[in-house]
Design a protein around this ligand. Structure first.
Ligand code: ADP
Ligand code: MG
Ligand code: MG
Length: 878
């Protein structure tokens, strides 16, 4: 029989998988001799069993828990349910990966109508006893019994309002007693039974609820956003309570060993006097900076500094700690590697190397590639910013700039986003984990309540989004979806505002933004990444401007230049339409001749910027109908241009209609249908290359034939390309090396990769289409379908943003192996959206790709992810 319960004394930090992060670190701190309230951990394996056993705790596990409880009682000298000296515990979730606030915690468990009287007597503090009891009923009611938190909050607010009180701490013992009565009535009304009075029963119910909370909506969403597998499960920690709510010599707080916003090496945190756990993070009361603790309790403050130093040295990383002071004495309740902004992550990584705490490889692993995103994104233009007048100021909770339309509800924000609104600012009085999806789609988050460690602040920093917290200058009305600024101006849903998460200022207008300015630490970390990675990083760029931006970010080539984007521009689409509508080759050639010089100029610009770095240019790819005129005015204009009748043109357009354009006349099929397209495009590429070579700039064009499912398609188009190119090069009397390869984006191409490889100089995996076709799931409609799949827990993540290793990835791996069998030195890379996703980058590294290609802004992310993949492989093989 397995062991499912461990005393803190029995564990340590290396048992994270079994004890969860919180439990393992509580055990580690206990081992270090730090002041940690005693307790035990029910393992993640027990959680897995809970789910396997049909959401039930086995009798053996329950027996083990109760036995461990007795041990705890004996060790502490208090007893569960005892009237003279009762033991109260907290029941805390904690999975392998930290998921702050995503799952549930219950405090003061063990109280009932009688124990509360005993506790009051024992502590001679009736107010404290009833404050604890009302908190317990509320948390237990909410977490275990599903009675809405708001209903309890309402009773509490009502009590304060009727006495004109501002803060919970002003409530007297009598007030709290009355609240407890009302809470219990509410419970009875909602559940049809009395509030559970037996502590052991409460305990088992609470443990089950924590196991259950692993599957709550916000935890599921959080896991999806953070690549945490569903089968990990959560552990449960049962820990003796210490009390921060006994009076003004008590309190609770959080502290970071370094500043999580800037990385500055100085302890940073917040605390609240006379309060319990959740008060600090929930943002109900605005906490005080940690320095204030030095004034009210210098001994505890100094002890906290010492412990912070010990912990940081021990874990060799910045720590995020939770503590409580009970009657002047400090207790540690949690430590973990602290979440930090991208700026702070870079600074801390570089500082820890300079302090000789970490090696460069280790430091690299401390920066989450996804966080670089925020750093690379624009800031407000300082000139316009200076001229703008703020309409309010809050706490600068997560740096960066955001401008967008305002939404007051997470769901409204998500709906707007799905409807195509890409610039969204989410405004809430305070956020809670339920808001996570809304925060995810927003550019920035603004709250009127809460401190620097409020939920909004912590989560925004983790997501790398800009956030202002505690901005009470704005009177927010969530119900009417509007806010009123101090000057009386009203802003409603859909209005534009701008927020500066670095300064805390809010502006009532749309402000222009400018490119980010990279720090020295950024360069250092990128330098390390370049040193360790083997996977190359290219960019997807269609214009010289994008290409130049990508080079600044360190791109080593262009992995995908989409030629069709060049056709969508206002002045070119007409020529393109003409080509599609053409009935004869001659007509078509005439239209193409118009396009040729434009394409050539584009390619010349790109080659000049790329200075000899490889440039993969894809021949025309999208379904033709995307170019067709839709509006009647366009049809009229085109008909006139081409000198054909309006009705004839309508007929041609109808003829070109396809039932399934995504699976229709696109990719290499276009070039097979109209070979002159491939010919003219090749001419544009090769003539541009020759011209730029003559300027003394070297060029390496790679011509890519899209959407091939059979080698004969490739051969047909390749012949046109090679014939055209070689003739032009001969005629010019120059020398020019170029490659011809194909995109691998149809499952059949993967299955026949060895045959196709014989005729291809390179493969570029188009993972967008490959995912769509492997899943048989349209990219354009995936969103709605996947939402349902997430809700029904059928899928955990979106395969269009992260390579699915089991299916799509398996095809890729197979294709890589088949191709290398027949052509050892074939160039292999990917050019889908996945190229900028860290876990997909790691996958590409592992299957032996030569490069990934992603959008310019994501180049540094991919580079760092590539270096981390290399370090990981190295660690695994050692
Ligand atoms: P989360 O994972 O959401 O941070 P925790 O389990 O850390 O949840 O609990 C939240 C807060 O509850 C803690 O920060 C702490 O202040 C308080 N808390 C938890 N356990 C205890 C305890 N044994 N004694 C006093 N306070 C506690
Ligand atoms: Mg915590
Ligand atoms: Mg494609």
């Amino acid at each position: 029989m397995g062991k499912y319960v461990y005393l803190f004394h029995e564990g340590n930090a290396s048992k994270k998988d079994l004890l969860g992060g919180k439990g393992a670190n509580l055990a580690e701190m206990t081992g270090l001799g730090l002041p940690v309230p005693r307790g035990f951990t029910v393992t993640t394996e027990a959680c897995t069993r809970y789910y396997n056993d049909g959401r039930a705790i086995g009798v053996d596990i329950e027996g083990e828990i109760l036995k461990m409880l007795r041990t705890l009682e004996n060790n502490i000298g208090k007893k569960f349910g005892d009237l003279d000296n009762p033991l109260l515990v907290s029941v805390r979730s904690g999975s392998r990966a930290s998921m702050p606030g995503m799952m549930d915690t219950i405090l003061n468990l063990g109280l009932n109508d009688e124990v509360v009287v005993g506790l009051a007597k024992l502590t001679s503090n009736e107010r404290f006893a009833y404050d604890s009891y009302r908190r317990f009923i509320q948390m237990f009611g909410d977490v275990v019994m599903d009675v809405k938190k708001e209903k309890f909050e309402e009773i509490l607010s009502e009590a304060k309002k009727s006495k004109n009180l501002k803060s919970d701490t002003e409530l007297t013992a009598e007030d709290l007693k009355a609240i407890v009565v009302k809470y219990k009535e509410l419970f009875l009304r909602e559940k049809g039974s009395e509030f559970p009075q037996k502590p052991k029963e409460q305990l088992i119910m609470a443990i089950k609820a924590v196991f259950r909370s692993w599957e709550n909506d916000r935890a599921v969403v959080y896991r999806r956003l953070n690549d945490i597998p569903a089968d990990w499960g959560t552990a449960v920690n049962v820990q003796e309570m210490v009390y921060g709510n006994m009076g003004d010599d008590c309190g609770t707080g959080v502290a970071f060993t370094r500043n999580p916003n800037t990385g500055e090496k100085k302890i940073y945190g917040e605390f609240l006097l006379n309060a319990q756990g959740e008060d600090v993070v929930a943002g109900i009361r605005t906490p005080q900076p940690l320095e204030h603790l030095e004034k009210v309790n210098p001994v505890a403050y100094r002890e906290l500094l010492n412990i912070a130093e010990t912990l940081e040295k021990h874990y060799r990383d910045m720590q995020d700690m939770e503590f409580t002071v009970e009657r002047g004495k400090l207790f540690m309740l949690q430590t973990r590697n602290g979440k930090r902004t991208g700026v702070a992550a870079l600074k801390i990584a570089v500082d820890l190397v300079n302090e000789e705490v970490l090696s460069e490889e280790e430091a690299l692993m401390k920066v989450d590639p996804k966080q670089l995103d925020a750093l690379l994104h624009p800031n407000f233009d300082p000139v316009t910013l200076k001229a703008a007048t703020p309409i309010g100021k809050g706490l600068p909770a997560s740096p960066g700039a955001a401008t967008g339309k305002i939404y007051f509800d997470a769901k409204d924000a998500v709906d707007a986003f799905n409807a195509g609104e890409k610039q969204i600012i989410l405004i809430r009085a305070e956020t809670s984990p339920e808001d996570i999806e809304g925060m995810n789609v927003a550019e920035g988050i603004l709250t009127s309540r809460g401190g620097m460690t409020s939920h909004a602040a912590v989560v925004a920093r983790g997501m790398g989004k800009c956030c202002i917290a505690g901005c009470d200058d704005l009177a927010i009305n969530e119900k009417d979806k509007c806010f009123v600024a101090e000057d009386g101006t009203k802003y409603c849903e859909g209005d534009w505002i701008s927020i500066n998460g670095t300064s805390g200022f809010v502006y009532g207008e749309k402000l222009p933004t400018i490119e980010a300015d990279m720090s020295e630490e950024f360069d250092t970390v990128m330098f390390w990444a370049d040193k360790f990675r083997t996977l190359k990083v290219r960019t997807n760029a269609d214009t010289p401007k994008d290409a130049a931006a990508a080079i600044k970010f360190g791109a080593e080539g262009i992995g995908l230049c989409r030629t069709e984007h060049m056709f969508f521009e206002e002045d070119r689409i007409a020529a393109m339409r003409e080509m599609i509508i053409s009935n004869t080759e001659e007509q078509r050639r005439r239209a193409l001749e118009k396009i040729l010089p434009m394409q050539k100029a584009d390619f010349e610009g790109i080659f000049r910027v790329m200075k000899g770095r490889p440039v993969t240019i894809r021949l025309l790819d999208p379904p033709l109908h995307e170019f067709l005129p839709q509006k009647d005015s366009d049809i009229k204009a085109l008909a006139e241009d081409m000198g054909i009748g309006h009705d004839d043109l309508v007929g041609i357009v109808a003829q070109l209609h396809e039932t399934n354009p995504m699976l229709g006349n696109r990719g290499c099929r276009l070039a097979i249908m109209y070979p002159e397209i491939a010919e003219v495009q090749t001419r544009a590429i090769i003539e541009a290359a020759i011209n730029v070579t003559k300027e003394g700039v070297s060029v390496s064009p790679e011509i890519m034939i899209p959407l091939v499912c059979d080698n004969r398609e490739l051969l047909y188009v390749k012949n046109i390309v090679v014939e055209t190119a070689d003739r032009l090069i001969r005629e010019a009397g120059t020398k020019l090396d170029y490659l011809v390869g194909t995109m691998i984006e149809i499952p059949r191409a993967c299955l026949t990769a060895d045959i196709i490889a014989k005729d291809a100089d390179f493969f570029s995996f188009g993972t967008n289409d490959l995912t769509q076709m492997t899943y048989g799931l349209s990219r354009d409609d995936a969103g709605r379908i996947l939402d349902t799949y997430f809700d029904k827990k059928i899928f955990e993540y979106d395969p269009t943003t992260k390579i699915d290793p089991q299916g799509v990835g398996r095809l890729m791996k197979m294709a890589v192996e088949l191709a290398r069998c027949v052509k050892k030195d074939i160039k292999l890379g990917i050019c889908g959206e996945h190229g900028g996703d860290p876990s997909s980058v790691e996958f590409c590294h592992n299957i032996g790709m030569e490069y990934v290609s992603c959008s310019p802004y994501r180049v540094p992310i991919a580079k760092l992810a590539a270096a981390q993949a290399m370090v990981n492989t190295f660690v695994q093989t050692c």
